[in-house]
Design a protein around this ligand. Structure first.
Ligand code: ATP
Ligand code: MG
Length: 382
């Protein structure tokens, strides 16, 4: 494909850390990036031109799109309707509105992937007392109530341990009108994740399977390679590919899997965007998930996903509410082998992702020690 001009300008809806890392990859290729984000200041503003506005504002959206050759997203919250509006105006939007419609509502996503033959956690839509009774009867306890849309870092989840808790869960998540579904508790032994990048012509590349570990529903660290058999890795890869193909996804997608004690895998969820479990690819792979996303949405050749070294990534999470001012950065940077990433968020709140540390090592566990040590140095001023 020949572009009439270079730099290509990438438009990204959302300006958080994922957009920041996408913008950096775009700039390495001599491309420019625009982001649309409602906040007056956003992490991606450090490497991209930031337009303040919301994608639900049709005028702001159309204005933003005029400056971009291709439009993509950094989160699954941009409504498919907004993307469809851009497509109607003649813009190239990837992933497309059709893909986003199938993925951004987790209930529709689960129905779609189950329909495509991907094993998913057992689930049931709930919008009445009758449905809750049915979920309790079918799944036993615990049950996880989840919001169909707008959840992240566990904010849309509520674990119900007894029948008496179920209504507090419904209320905490905003009531049935918020759009809820119930999931059977999955007794996983490990959580795994795979990033797939799919190009405009349907060509795909796969990154190695990672082990992800979450604390209170938030990812704390990621290890690669992970301790699974080659057959299990192949099964994970096939599930990931089938999932992205089922929604005709274009770009980098994150697929989260549960591994059961018998080794079998079930899909937890798919994200139509670059993913926290793939941050390590910046240092550890020939071509990162970010660069491959840019390549995919631009219709350019996809890069090699070869793992150069075992690696681990640790998220730097804020512990309390306060400023985003980081203390201990120099101490973290003094740890040999630690690559420290800081997103420049202005405010900290409990569990908020403020940065991450990646380390390479002879094994994922030795890399994890290095990354943890560096991440532990960083805290935020009250
Ligand atoms: P994120 O944005 O971090 O991916 P999320 O808000 O989209 O998270 P989920 O991925 O649905 O939420 O859930 C977060 C975590 O909660 C999972 O990684 C897992 O540890 C736990 N969890 C979710 N669903 C189940 C389930 N059905 N059984 C057991 N644990 C679960
Ligand atoms: Mg998740």
């Amino acid at each position: 494909m020949t572009y009439p001009h270079w730099p290509i300008t990438i438009g990204i809806l959302g300006g958080g850390q994922l957009a920041l890392m996408l913008a950096r990859s775009a700039s390495q290729l001599g491309m420019a990036t625009l982001v649309l984000d409602p906040a007056p200041s956003c992490p991606a503003g450090a490497s991209a031109k930031h337009g303040q506005g919301h994608w639900t504002d049709a005028e702001a959206l159309a204005d933003f799109a005029k400056g971009a050759d291709v439009i993509t997203v950094e989160n699954e919250f941009v409504e498919a309707e907004s993307l469809a509006r851009l497509e109607q105006l003649g813009h190239t939007v990837l992933p497309s509105s059709g893909t986003m419609r199938l993925v951004q509502d987790k209930l529709v996503q689960k129905q779609t992937l189950r329909g495509a033959g991907v094993p998913v956690t057992e689930f049931l839509a709930v919008s009445s007392q009758h449905d809750l009774d049915e979920a309790m009867r079918m799944f036993g306890f615990p049950i996880i109530l989840k919001k169909r849309t707008l959840g992240y870092d566990g904010t849309g989840n509520f674990t119900v341990s007894t029948p008496a808790d179920i209504w507090s869960g419904v209320r905490r998540l905003g009531g049935f009108e918020a759009g809820l579904y119930a999931e059977k508790w999955c007794p996983f032994s490990k959580e795994l994740a795979v990033i797939v990048t799919r190009g405009r012509q349907g060509q795909t590349v796969l990154y190695p399977v990672t082990e992800t570990r979450q604390h209170e529903h938030v990812c704390s660290d990621v290890l690669v390679p992970c301790q699974i058999t080659p057959q299990e890795a192949e099964a994970a890869a096939q599930m990931a590919l089938r999932s992205v193909e089922a929604v005709s996804g274009v770009g980098s997608f994150g697929i989260e899997l549960f591994q059961l004690p018998d080794g079998n895998l079930v899909l937890n969820e798919m994200s139509p965007r670059v993913h926290n479990s793939g941050h390590y690819t910046l240092e550890a792979c020939d071509c990162s998930q970010f660069e491959n996303h840019i390549r995919a949405v631009c219709g350019l050749p996809l890069g090699s996903t070869r793992l150069r070294s075992a690696a681990a990534m640790v998220n730097v999470l804020a512990k309390s509410t306060g400023t985003g001012y980081p203390c201990g950065m120099a101490e973290a940077m003094a740890i040999p082998g630690a690559s420290v990433h800081f997103y420049g968020k202005l405010r900290a709140s409990p569990g908020r992702k403020m940065g991450h540390v990646t380390a390479l090592g002879a094994s994922a566990t030795s890399a994890l020690e290095t990354a943890k040590l560096a991440a532990a140095q960083i805290s935020f001023k009250e």
